[in-house]
Design a protein around this ligand. Structure first.
Ligand code: KDG
Length: 315
């Protein structure tokens, strides 16, 4: 019985340890577990909320590595399928001293891209409070887009609060047009939409947080709140009733790796909401978890436990 549900592709990431050396030349790599939606499940679980993750891994060492890590985290893995016909996806991440790391995916036709939608009928919605979806799963295959749409219908039927992070990955889509059209359509079924400011520009043509928020609030009756992530500057919140505010971000001493910060933001927001916080406080917690995330080399290794989060606030 889980309070939180997400669906996505779990990956292993090989993060290079040689700053600013290309992936061609890098020689030392550290292996971590990754995958945007799994990052969120790990973070939500680490902050004390029972999470369930729907997915598939291949019958291979990376699949076993992911299953071990998921078990260790405490996430309910009973609905992660073991697919004997497809590999587990992975990616490589370049260590940089400035800006965002470059990434290279090995995931085409992975086990998760061939997700068995029959798993959806096995999920028990009774204790579920929040579900989180992302545009990455929709981009993996037509099969996964259909599964995501089916899950969305079930979430609406069960009246579950749903958050959606566009998580644009142009390399996974056949065209930018397809990416924009499909992503905006999925967003219509979310109660809370979480675009980054660069994503907003691609998805609706403006860098103005207020215009980005209005686009998502106006396109759907279901969307009640939009939170536009502004990176280190924090986030802009706008509600259906027209009220809005900007929540400040947190300063960090040293940025090691920005990948996983957006998922960390979702972790903070979702756990804040599960604990009954106001949207503003939940967004502020999102900024805190995002800040903690950028100080570590893996995608989710910086996400805090409750005591690490309070230490961060007290610093
Ligand atoms: O948001 C973090 C993700 O980028 C990373 O974990 C890998 O799922 C991944 C993706 O598609 O980029």
């Amino acid at each position: 019985m889980s309070e939180f549900l997400t669906i996505g592709e779990p990956m292993a990431v090989f993060a290079s340890e040689n700053p600013d050396l290309s992936l061609v030349d890098a020689t030392n790599f550290k292996k971590f577990v990754a995958g945007a939606e799994l990052n969120v499940a790990i973070g939500v679980q680490r902050l004390g909320h029972q999470s369930q993750y729907l997915s598939a891994v291949g019958d291979d060492p990376l699949g076993q590595f992911i299953i071990n890590e998921v078990h260790e985290s405490g996430i309910d893995s009973s609905l992660i399928d073991l697919d004997k016909d497809h590999w587990t996806g992975f990616y490589m991440k370049q260590r940089v001293t400035k800006g965002d790391p470059s990434t290279y995916y090995f995931r085409k036709s992975s086990a998760a891209a061939n997700f068995n939608h029959e798993i959806l009928s096995k999920f028990d919605f009774s204790d579920l409070k929040i579900a989180h979806l992302s545009g990455i799963f929709a981009a993996l295959s037509q099969n996964d887009l259909d599964s995501l749409n089916r899950l969305n219908q079930l979430l609406i039927q069960h009246n579950i609060f749903t958050t959606f992070d566009p998580n644009l990955r142009p390399a996974l889509w056949p065209s930018q047009e397809e990416m924009v059209k499909t992503t905006n359509k999925i967003a219509m079924n979310a109660n809370l939409v979480l675009p980054g400011i660069n994503e907003g520009e691609i998805l609706m043509g403006s860098r103005d947080p207020n215009e980005i928020a209005d686009f998502y609030l106006n396109q759907s009756k279901i969307t009640k709140t939009v939170v536009v992530k502004l990176g280190s500057k924090g986030a802009f919140i706008k509600h259906k009733d027209g009220s809005s505010e900007t929540v400040a971000g947190f300063k960090v001493d040293q940025v090691i790796d920005t990948v996983g910060a957006g998922d960390g933001f979702a972790v903070g927001m979702i756990t804040g909401l599960l604990e009954g916080q106001s949207i503003s406080d939940a967004v502020s917690r999102g900024c805190a978890v995002g800040a903690l995330a950028v100080m570590r080399p893996g995608d989710n290794d910086g996400y805090p436990t409750p005591s690490e989060l309070s230490d961060f606030y007290n610093k």
